[in-house]
Design a protein around this ligand. Structure first.
Ligand code: IYR
Length: 228
């Protein structure tokens, strides 16, 4: 049973969060870590279809992320149309070719060597769905005024984190792709001027032959500092 109350005229509802005892909590935290640690960024996609209803749920999950002043400053554009995917691939590859040849530093290219990426992006056509996340810096009020959004980059990062976890949970794989610059997506997807491309995420089944680089994640000691 949830109960409601007003604070300064605003509605609040009682939040009945399920909690666990310390032993259960330890097991759940560990199980979740181990399961999340199995997630890998993938570049070898199958073209096998996935139900649209799954994508709808993935986006609802992403859109449940916290955001500045609860503005949810994001739009998820979902592309499955073959011609549009081809156009996105062509435009992305043109930018990436220029980046790999002339824009990325030697140090950057060296850092990418273990991933063996290059300018070619066949997955932009192979994956059944591309989810392109746009960040919305402001909104238009019904009377045409600009209304600011807050912590837009942080909010969209959080939503994309939720999205990647949801994709993993559905047994699918994704790539967080950032062709640079990404402005071609504004034109191809006819986005309004308050939106900027944030992340391009192909989603699908892994290819039958799917290889990922052997990576080691940082240890707890390397990433955590304790003040006890
Ligand atoms: N955007 C390029 C290059 C690239 C950059 C980083 I940082 C990566 O982690 C991976 C790739 C590309 O997608 O190939």
């Amino acid at each position: 049973m949830s109960s409601l109350k007003k604070i300064n005229g605003y509605s609040f509802t009682q939040y009945n969060k399920v909690t666990y005892n310390p032993a259960e909590m330890r097991k759940r935290a560990n199980d979740f870590y181990e399961w999340m640690d199995e997630r890998r960024t993938v570049r070898d996609f199958s073209d096998k279809a996935i139900p649209k209803a799954v994508i709808e749920n993935l986006i609802l999950t992403a859109s449940s992320a916290p955001s500045g002043a609860h503005k949810q400053p994001w739009t998820f554009c979902v592309v499955s149309d073959a011609l549009l995917k081809k156009q996105i691939r062509q435009a992305a590859e043109a930018e990436e070719k220029e980046s790999y040849r002339n824009r990325m530093s030697e140090e950057w290219l060296q850092d990418l060597a273990p991933l063996q990426t290059d300018w070619q992006k066949p997955f932009l056509e192979t994956a059944p769905y591309l989810i392109i996340v746009f960040k919305r810096s402001y909104e238009y009020t019904p009377d045409g005024h600009k209304h600011q959004n807050y912590y837009v980059t942080e909010s969209c990062g959080l939503a994309c984190g939720f999205l990647l976890a949801a994709i993993h949970h559905a047994g699918l794989v994704a790539l967080t792709h950032t062709p640079s610059p990404m402005n071609f997506l504004l034109q191809l997807l006819k986005r309004p001027e308050n939106e900027k491309p944030f992340l391009l995420i192909p989603v699908g089944y892994p290819a039958e032959e799917c290889f990922v680089p052997v990576l080691k994640r940082k240890s707890l000691e390397e990433v955590a500092v304790w003040y006890e």
